[in-house]
Write a protein that binds this ligand. Structure first.
Ligand SMILES: Cc1cc2nc3c(=O)[nH]c(=O)nc-3n(C[C@H](O)[C@H](O)[C@H](O)COP(=O)(O)OP(=O)(O)OC[C@H]3O[C@@H](n4cnc5c(N)ncnc54)[C@H](O)[C@@H]3O)c2cc1C
Length: 487
């Protein structure tokens, strides 16, 4: 009997967990890797065990789904079908050869007989938290389920201590059980702002205002797509009710134009937007706070997929109806293929896991077996598209940047330098701006400033094409991959 095929799943959020379970239940040996100390991803982020949280459920929605994933993982781990590797920061995935059984006949579409995707991949991961040593995990196929990260748009005062991303504030609360401050303003745009404000208020912070750039009019014409998700609408209505009960002012069609403070944030100025997305002069007012949690949506993590040569459409990893990328043996699921929420990630992960399990055995999967997940995926994508059209950063946000406002905080590049690169030196894309100003060359490799640079340069947001998904020590790069410890 041939040994069970192996699958490496990168990311243990809703998509990765769902993929790992679907594949393991169908006879595949799965290695699940994640940089976090516990499974759950962003949506089901768990408090550190040492904190001994008595009611972690209080910070979550859809807890039953989490229990099903958590218990399913525990069962598969104890049955030896899944190996769960925590604190593994995957920096590169590469194809290292053909399948041991030689099933790679060079079909025009690159797939083996019966559509088999049996190949050999090495997944390189830095060991956390130090991230100085690298290990390699080998598998016949890979599912990339690395989720997304928050889009950051600068404004005067955004680098002051006390200003953090909305997701960062939530991560402190869910993962560390701490509040980022006593009095918070939650601002920006997007569906994440409501759970963040509600979570902070429930945990005892005074939420001085929830400032949302979108307004009621932005929902016009999208009611059908939104109504198809009554559960999500009810969740949203629940947050609004919680915020009203706690007397949190909900300020719509407004933005934060500046954060003020000497050593840390002490207040913010908010202002109303006109229909074109410009600040209305004379509407500015100050709101005192010691924390500003600000979010403008999210962007998918595409680095690992791009390192493998997968096609990326705009900012999303491109996949087919089975969640396969255009690189044989590589699937992608969840927010790496487009921002869309936990339910969509679950559906995509399930389909990816089932497809991989079938293809790794040389079978062509029958999509009818995952019809329910496919239906949920279709609804989820429509819902996500409707939300993406509603929650758009104000068109003229870049006009608020003063010349001395930092755009790239790693390399300390001010807006004036980016403007000069665009207006005087003729840069028309983020790469030229980077070469002329160093914006995007620092530690975060443009994860923080790429959206801002694109906005200032007036060019489309594109994936950044970074060679590695994490900063890698030179010693690790100098090592012969064969010398890296196997996992
Ligand atoms: C900060 C933040 C807060 C959010 N809060 C909410 C919320 O309150 N409500 C809501 O409805 N939605 C929220 N979302 C969106 C929601 O989390 C997602 O819809 C859902 O979690 C997506 O699932 P996923 O499995 O695709 O990705 P994720 O849940 O993001 O999981 C991806 C996993 O991959 C891991 N990973 C990424 N890169 C690597 C790497 N190179 N090596 C190893 N591991 C890696 C991450 O550690 C993570 O565990 C939030 C998103 C973010 C980013």
């Amino acid at each position: 009997m041939s040994p069970a095929p192996t699958l490496a799943v990168v990311g243990a959020g809703p998509a990765g967990l769902s993929a790992a379970l679907a594949a393991a239940l169908r006879g595949v040996r799965v290695t699940l890797l994640d940089s976090a100390a516990q499974a759950g991803g962003q949506f089901y982020r768990q408090p550190a065990e040492a904190l001994g949280a008595r009611h972690p459920k209080a910070l979550h929605h859809q807890w039953r789904t989490w229990e099903r994933l958590r218990d399913g993982l525990a069962q598969q781990v104890s049955a030896g079908r899944v190996q769960h590797m925590t604190e593994r920061h995957v920096w590169f995935v590469e194809r290292v050869g053909e399948a041991p059984d030689g099933r790679d006949p060079g079909n025009p579409d690159g797939r083996g007989p019966g559509g088999s995707d049996r190949r050999r991949f090495a997944v390189h991961a830095l060991l956390g938290p130090e991230q100085e040593d690298s290990v390699a995990v080998y598998a016949d196929a890979v599912v990339l389920a690395t989720g997304g990260y928050e889009k950051v748009l600068p404004f005067p005062g955004w680098t002051l201590p006390g200003v953090l991303t909305a997701g960062g504030a939530q991560a402190m609360l869910k993962g560390g059980l701490v509040l980022p401050g006593r009095t918070a303003v939650v601002a920006g745009t997007g569906p994440l702002l409501m759970p963040v404000a509600a979570g902070l208020a429930a945990a005892g912070a005074e939420v001085a205002a929830l400032v949302e750039a979108a307004g009621a009019g932005d929902f016009a014409g999208r009611s059908a797509a939104l109504a198809a998700h009554p559960g999500k609408l009810a969740e949203g209505a629940g947050y609004v009710a919680q915020l009203l009960r706690r007397r949190v002012p909900l300020v719509v069609r407004h933005v934060v134009v500046e954060a003020h403070g000497k050593d840390s944030v002490e207040a913010v100025t908010i202002a109303a937007l006109d229909p074109a997305g410009r600040v209305r002069p004379g509407t500015e007012r100050r709101v005192a706070c010691d924390t500003l949690a600000v979010g403008h949506g999210m962007l998918p993590h595409t680095d690992l997929a791009e390192g493998l040569g997968c096609r990326v459409d705009g900012v999303n990893v491109a996949v087919d109806a089975e969640q396969r990328t255009d690189v044989p043996g590589v699937w992608a699921a969840g927010e790496t293929t487009g921002i869309g929420g936990a339910a969509l990630s679950l559906a995509e992960g399930h389909i990816a896991g089932r497809s991989a399990a079938a293809r790794l055995r040389g079978a062509v999967p029958d999509p009818r077996t995952w019809a329910a997940a496919a239906k949920s995926r279709t609804r989820g994508r429509k819902f996500a598209a409707a939300l993406a059209a509603v929650y758009v950063p104000p068109a003229h946000w870049a006009e608020q940047l003063r010349d001395d406002t930092l755009v790239c905080r790693c390399e300390e590049v001010p807006a004036s330098a980016v403007r000069e690169a665009v207006e005087e030196l003729g840069a028309t894309d983020a790469r030229s701006v980077k070469l002329l100003t160093r914006a995007g060359m620092g530690w975060c490799q443009g994860r923080m400033c790429s959206a801002a640079v694109a906005g200032l340069a007036g060019c489309e947001e594109r994936s950044a094409r970074r060679p590695f998904a994490r900063p890698v020590p030179l010693g690790v790069l100098a090592q012969d991959p064969g010398e890296q410890s196997p996992s």
